[in-house]
Design a protein around this ligand. Structure first.
Ligand code: ACM
Length: 521
């Protein structure tokens, strides 16, 4: 058996004699102001387990508690030019004191999540009564900086509390980035005050495809599907994630995947015809035009987005842009001559460059799917490589940062078990947990220097076939537990056999948390 039951596995774990008991006599101490949020979070988590353990702020212990949980963060985080900081931490559990130490609050937030996994699994739910933790010493740090999960809230809308839960479960696995895919052909999910029709019109589709996209003839459910997040709800979500030191990376997907926006503002489209939202899956031909007014509208949308989301990286999509309408629109062709671009790929590149320049002027960095390489990569852009790793390799060789989101190992909308016809319907593909676990985010083709541009990896939860929270759990876990170990744990410490042993205990945590994970492997 593994010496510990922690997922992802920490760098060093040493078992010690004895145990630390948690009961109503225990106190939590924030040894510095930087540690206060983490201390409150520990208290909140213990409260959910049925234990009231108050926080004594900034070392001002009121009484002399029998046992203390002491949290220390050295100082404010120092961020690198991609917005990352030292996430290392130590945990020391002795019979009278349990110490969580980190250089900054971000490392401390990771320590809090490991601490949760030191508790009996039932304590992640509503376990009552005293709890004990086996004494130990842990020294830990992540392998990769970007450890992400993406969530498509457009194909199916998820209430804000489901998104919070998704964030908290990600945090439990020491993920630090949640990529929110907020706009699609099938629904626009973010309130934009300057363009109210985006949500008034764009957030509600009349009905939804039933069965698989490839099943013909298409059948529909006849039920309206909609929803969006107000800016206040999103600010509250940002706060919730920040308490866990998780950064929400918002995406406005452009210039394709824009049918819902064009339904709301037909003047942004290429045909001038009124259209509705897309009610089937697949890719819409309706893409943005490139009039100055349209480009400026996109900048205004990004401007509101930046005001909500402090993330350094802002995702501008750029994937799957069918060029048919650009090729066949006289006005777009005329505009191409005005701008001085020679073909539609260059036009797409011109569009993304405009967004990149805008984001840079606001002190942010541009992130886009690997299609943004086509026609020339914008100077400041970071590439999210989804069509395998080729785009990521190309970008890293050019000296651009990349996030690996390869559909070979990180598309969690694919089937995870055989026989697939006994599984709930998915988009297709096959990605079992063992294959996720085997993933190596650094391609062998890269030199050591080029490899430093691989910020990390993330999994994608596209939700065409994920209609609700339970299915989301089922598709996310345990695969996201496996990927967490890929991106956190040192390569030499990875062992699938050990992971499976720990997963058995981790499943008790899932049960306590009400997570309906896939039952295998
Ligand atoms: C994607 O799957 N279209 C990024």
């Amino acid at each position: 058996m593994a010496a510990h039951q922690i997922i992802p596995a920490p760098r060093d774990y040493t078992a010690r004699e004895g145990s630390f008991s948690l009961d109503s006599q225990t106190r939590i101490v924030a040894a510095s102001s930087e540690a206060e949020t983490a201390a409150r979070l520990v208290s909140e988590y213990l409260k959910a387990a049925g234990l009231t353990v108050p926080v004594d702020a900034s070392g001002t212990a009121t009484a002399d508690p029998t046992r203390r949980i002491v949290l220390t963060a050295g100082g404010p985080p120092v961020y690198d030019d991609a917005g990352f900081t030292d996430e290392s931490y130590r945990i020391d559990v002795a019979p009278d004191v349990c110490r969580l130490d980190a250089a900054n609050r971000e490392g401390l937030a990771r320590a809090v999540q490991t601490f949760r996994q030191l508790l009996p699994p039932s304590a992640l739910g509503a376990a009552a009564g005293p709890l004990a933790i086996a004494c130990c010493a842990i020294a830990d740090a992540p392998r990769f900086r970007w450890r992400g999960l993406h969530l498509d809230v457009c194909r199916h809308f998820f209430p804000i509390d489901d998104v919070k839960r998704f964030v908290d479960l990600a945090a439990l696995h020491r993920y630090n980035r949640i990529h929110l895919h907020l706009t699609e052909d099938q629904g626009w999910r973010v309130e934009i005050k300057r363009f109210p029709r985006l949500t008034e019109v764009g957030s509600l589709r009349h009905e939804t495809l039933v069965g698989h996209f490839n099943d013909k003839p298409h059948r529909f459910d006849g039920k309206p599907h909609g929803g969006f997040y107000t800016q206040d709800e999103l600010r509250d979500l940002v706060r919730f994630a920040a308490e866990r030191e998780v950064v929400l990376v918002p995406e406005i997907d452009m210039p394709g995947h824009m049918q819902a926006a064009i339904a709301a503002y037909p003047e942004w489209g290429c045909t001038g015809h009124p259209i509705g939202l897309r009610e089937i899956w697949g890719i819409s031909q309706d893409i943005l035009n490139v009039e100055e007014a349209t480009v400026s509208a996109m900048e205004q949308i990004l401007d509101e987005l930046i005001d909500i989301f402090p993330s350094l990286f802002i995702h501008v999509g750029g994937d799957e842009v069918p060029k048919y309408q650009w090729t066949h629109s006289k006005r777009v062709q005329e505009r191409m001559r005005e701008i001085g671009v020679h073909d539609e790929h260059e036009l797409q590149s011109w569009f993304i460059r405009r967004m990149d320049a805008f984001l840079q002027s606001k002190g942010r960095r541009t992130l886009g799917w690997d299609e943004i390489l086509e026609g020339g990569l914008a100077p400041g852009a970071t590439v999210m490589s989804w069509r395998g790793e080729a785009g990521g390799i190309e970008a890293a060789k050019m000296g651009h940062d990349v996030v690996m989101a390869s559909n070979t190992h990180t598309y969690f909308d694919y089937y995870q078990d055989m026989p697939t016809d006994e599984e709930p319907l998915t988009i297709g593909g096959f990605l079992p947990t063992g294959k996720v676990y085997s993933y190596e985010p650094i391609p062998a083709e890269l030199t050591e220097e080029q490899a430093t541009h691989v910020l990390g990896a993330q999994a994608q939860l596209w939700t065409e076939y994920i209609p609700d929270r339970d299915r989301l759990d089922y598709m996310t876990y345990p695969r996201a537990a496996a990927l967490a170990e890929v991106v956190w744990t040192a390569k030499e410490n990875r062992s699938y056999r050990s992971f499976l042993e720990r997963l058995a205990v981790h499943r008790e945590r899932f049960a306590a948390l009400g997570v309906t994970a896939h039952p295998r492997p």
